[in-house]
Ligand binder design. Structure first.
Ligand code: ADP
Length: 249
């Protein structure tokens, strides 16, 4: 379970601190797919960075399966998390298989990652993952920069899941994809995360995709949680309008 309790965060600027998140709380169970909706600047990326330990909270607590995230256990908890980004964040000159193995870096001796020496067993596991996310065996040895956006995101999802994370974080994973590919990627993400019993927190700005794929929705607006609950309880028109209006501005 991912538990966020009364989390606040401000960025320090020249003219003083700017509050970006205010008393944000939410709980997401194992296997649950939670979509975090919010217009640009709502604080979604900041919250994901706090959960993944890239930033420290000012106030409040983040817990992964009952363990409070602290400066000292940050690296250990990071190993239990996977991350999917809007721009895939693959190393374009490396093959899909080598990119996939980067997900295993915390468990692989450094010399092996430098020389990209993977055991037969590791290669087999990586190929199985590529197959699982819908890629052909021939994609394994292709440079990831030569793949389409949808294929690159499939590699990135496999890279996040090969480490069997307890928590999977996705920051606008379909923002640079066309609508058809976006649906295929979200469907895959939900399916494979369920198989791994991972808790998913995925930020999106399209309410219609949230309605289609989420088990749970959290709506952030100017750093404040406006709604948090099962998708069936969501759908308040004012919130929907707030999102669509803000996005088109
Ligand atoms: P979202 O992901 O919902 O678009 P962000 O978390 O990226 O929102 O940003 C929330 C607010 O924090 C925005 O107003 C943004 O300009 C500001 N912000 C983000 N990162 C920084 C930073 N490193 N320093 C100062 N302000 C930042």
């Amino acid at each position: 379970m991912l538990s966020i309790h009364e989390v606040s965060k401000a960025y320090q600027g020249e003219s003083g601190p700017t509050n970006v998140l205010r008393n944000v709380s939410m709980e997401i169970k194992r296997g649950e797919f939670c979509v975090m909706l919010g217009s640009s600047g709502a604080g979604k990326s900041t919250l994901l960075k706090l959960i993944s330990g890239q930033l420290a909270v000012d106030q409040g607590q983040i817990m992964v399966d009952g363990t409070v995230l602290t400066k000292s256990n940050r690296r250990q908890l990071q190993r239990q998390m996977g991350m999917v980004h809007q721009h895939f964040e693959l190393v374009e000159r490396l093959t899909s298989l080598d990119n996939l193995m980067l997900g295993m870096l915390p468990w692989v001796p450094r010399y092996r990652s430098v020389f990209r020496y993977w055991t037969q067993q590791e290669r087999a596991a990586a190929c199985q993952w590529l197959h699982r996310v819908g890629l052909e065996p021939s994609h394994a040895t292709r440079r990831s920069g030569k793949l389409s956006g949808g294929q690159q995101q499939r590699v990135a999802i496999a890279r996040a899941l090969i480490r069997r994370p307890k928590v999977l974080l996705a920051d606008e994973p379909v923002a640079s994809l066309d609508p058809e590919t976006s649906r295929a990627i979200l469907s895959l993400l939900r399916e494979v995360a369920r198989e791994c019993n991972a808790t998913v927190l995925c930020s999106l700005h399209q309410p219609e995709l949230a309605l289609e794929f989420a088990d749970r929705i959290t709506h952030l607006s100017s750093g404040v949680v406006k709604f948090d609950g099962p998708v069936a309880d969501w759908g308040g028109k004012p919130m929907y309008q707030d999102l669509t209006t803000t996005q088109s501005n």
